[in-house]
Design a protein around this ligand. Structure first.
Ligand code: FES
Length: 77
């Protein structure tokens, strides 16, 4: 059973819950103050990236995603 669940919300954010860490490009962790649930922006309009600030609700962005299977990964060289 995975310890982290990521939910792709229709017309909205990526919901992350469970045991996780979010780091910047340098590997520095964001201070989540003990949160076990956060929402990450998927629309690109948040003023608080990478976190969702609900801007997706007013910017007209739409994305409905249905789960699918990825192809097999390429073998490691
Ligand atoms: S997904 Fe919510 S502000 Fe971008």
């Amino acid at each position: 059973m995975p310890t982290t669940k990521i939910t792709v919300r229709n017309n909205g954010s990526l919901g992350i819950e469970g045991d996780f860490e979010i780091v910047d490009a340098e590997g520095k962790p964001f201070g989540l103050k003990g949160r076990t649930k956060v929402s990450l922006c998927r629309c690109g309009q948040s003023a608080n990236k990478p976190f969702c600030d609900s801007a997706h609700k007013t910017c007209g962005w739409e994305s409905v995603v249905i789960a699918f299977d990825l192809p097999e990964p390429k073998p490691a060289p």
